[in-house]
Design a protein around this ligand. Structure first.
Ligand SMILES: NC(=O)c1ccc[n+]([C@@H]2O[C@H](COP(=O)([O-])OP(=O)(O)OC[C@H]3O[C@@H](n4cnc5c(N)ncnc54)[C@H](OP(=O)(O)O)[C@@H]3O)[C@@H](O)[C@H]2O)c1
Length: 335
C-alpha cells in the first residue's frame, strides 16, 4: 500500500522517560521532528521536565490502558516503542502486563488511531540451545502482531547494550576493577551503544530501507566479555579481579526463579554465552551511522587519575545519568 511521507511528521515515543527512549527523543528533536513522549502520572518528575527541556510534548497514557493510548496517538504519524518493565516498573507493571499485553495495546491503538509507521525495539532471536525466557517470548509475540497490521513496521533487534552489560551493577564494575563473568565469557558479542540504537530508531522514520523490515543491530567490533575486560584493563591501568558464575548455575537459577523478571535476567545472562555476532556491513550501507566501539566507551568511563597514581581512576562526569540510574535499579533487582 502507498504510504504518506513521514518527512515533517509527528513522532511519539512510548518509553520516552527511559534511557533509550529519552535519547531517541533528544535525537528526534535535534533532527527537527515534532516529538511527543508518552508519560505516566507516576513517571519521575525530573524526567518529564527533561523531556520538556528537549522540546518534547508530554502526553499522558499507560500501556495497560488501551483507551489512554488511543487518545495519546491522535494526530501522530509514527510511533517508536522502547518501553519495558524490566528495569523501571510501577505497581501492576510486569513482563506480562507491559512487555506483552502493553506492547500489543500499543500496536492496536496505533492501528486504530491511524498511525502510518510503528518502530519497535526488540532483540535478535536466541539460538535454540538456550532456554526460553519470558521477555524473548514477549518480543516475538509483539513482532508478529506488528507484522499483521496495515501500518509500516520497523522491528529493530539490537544485541546487548554495552552500557548495561559492561556496566557496574550487572557485575562489570570498572571503577573497582572487578567483573562477574557469566559462563565462560569467551563468546563474541557485537556490543552496541545506546546512542547508536537511538540513531537507528530515528533514521528508521524516513529511511525507505526501514519500511516493513526486521533489522539486527550490533556495534563495530565482536568481543567476548573477557576481551572487554582486557580493554578496560588497558584503558584504566588496573588488573581486574574476576568472579565466575558457571552456566550450569544460571540454568538452575532460571528454573528456580520465582517470576518472569528473574527468569528473564537469567535467560539474558545465559544468552551472553550463546548469541551470534552481527554483521553490520549491509545495514551500514543503508544507514551510514558512526558506531561507538567498546574501547571508546571504556575511555569515556575511565580516566586515569594522575594525582593518585595508576591504581585509581575516576568516572568521567556528565555521561547519560539515566544509564547509571537504570543500572542501579537492575542491581537492586538482582540483590
Ligand atoms: N539492555 C539491553 O542490552 C537491550 C538489548 C536489546 C534490546 N533492549 C530493549 O531496549 C529497550 C530499553 O529501553 P530503555 O533502556 O529506555 O528502558 P528503561 O530505561 O527501563 O525505560 C522503560 C520505559 O518504559 C516505560 N514504561 C514501562 N511501563 C510502562 C507502562 N505501563 N506504560 C507506559 N510506559 C511504561 C517507562 O516509563 P516510566 O518512567 O513511567 O516508568 C520508561 O519510559 C527495551 O525494549 C529492551 O528490551 C535492551
Amino acid at each position: 500500500m502507498a504510504r504518506k511521507s513521514t518527512k515533517n511528521s509527528t513522532v511519539l515515543v512510548v518509553g520516552a522517560t527511559g534511557v533509550l527512549g529519552m535519547e531517541i527523543c533528544r535525537q528526534l528533536a535535534a533532527a527537527g521532528k515534532k516529538v511527543k513522549g508518552l508519560v505516566r502520572t507516576s513517571s519521575q518528575e525530573e524526567k518529564v521536565i527533561g523531556l520538556h527541556e528537549l522540546g518534547v510534548e508530554a502526553v499522558t497514557g499507560d500501556m495497560k490502558d488501551p483507551q489512554s493510548l488511543y487518545r495519546a496517538f491522535q494526530n501522530v504519524d509514527a510511533i517508536i516503542s522502547t518501553a519495558t518493565s524490566t528495569i523501571s516498573h510501577q505497581e501492576g507493571d510486569s513482563i506480562e502486563t507491559v512487555d506483552v499485553a502493553g506492547q500489543l495495546n500499543v500496536a492496536e491503538a496505533a492501528d486504530a488511531a491511524g498511525a502510518q509507521h510503528a518502530v519497535f525495539i526488540s532483540f535478535p532471536p536466541y539460538p535454540p540451545i538456550t532456554p526460553g525466557f519470558p521477555l524473548q517470548a514477549a518480543k516475538r509475540a509483539v513482532e508478529s502482531r506488528l507484522r499483521s497490521k496495515k501500518f509500516t513496521y520497523t522491528i529493530l533487534q539490537p544485541t546487548y547494550f554495552m552500557e548495561i552489560w559492561l556496566g557496574p551493577t550487572l557485575g562489570f564494575d570498572y571503577a573497582r576493577a572487578k567483573a562477574v563473568i557469566y559462563g565462560e565469557g569467551k563468546n563474541k558479542i557485537s556490543w552496541i551503544a545506546i546512542k547508536d540504537v537511538a540513531s537507528f530508531a530515528v533514521a528508521s522514520i524516513d529511511n525507505p530501507a526501514a519500511q516493513n523490515a526486521v533489522i539486527q543491530l550490533g556495534g563495530p567490533d565482536d568481543l567476548s566479555v573477557l576481551d572487554a575486560v582486557g580493554i578496560f584493563e588497558q584503558e584504566s591501568g588496573q588488573t581486574f579481579e574476576l568472579q565466575n558464575i558457571p552456566n550450569e548455575a544460571l540454568r538452575a537459577q532460571i528454573a528456580a526463579a520465582p517470576d518472569s523478571l528473574g527468569k528473564t535476567f537469567r535467560g539474558l545472562m545465559i544468552g551472553l554465552n550463546a548469541v551470534g555476532t552481527i554483521d553490520m556491513k549491509e545495514t551500514l550501507r543503508n544507514f551510514p551511522i558512526q558506531l561507538t566501539s567498546v574501547r571508546e566507551y571504556a575511555r569515556q568511563m575511565t580516566v586515569p587519575s594522575v594525582s593518585e597514581g595508576q591504581h585509581n581512576f575516576i568516572l568521567r562526569a556528565g555521561r547519560v545519568p539515566e544509564v547509571d540510574e537504570a543500572i542501579e535499579q537492575v542491581g537492586q533487582l538482582l540483590r
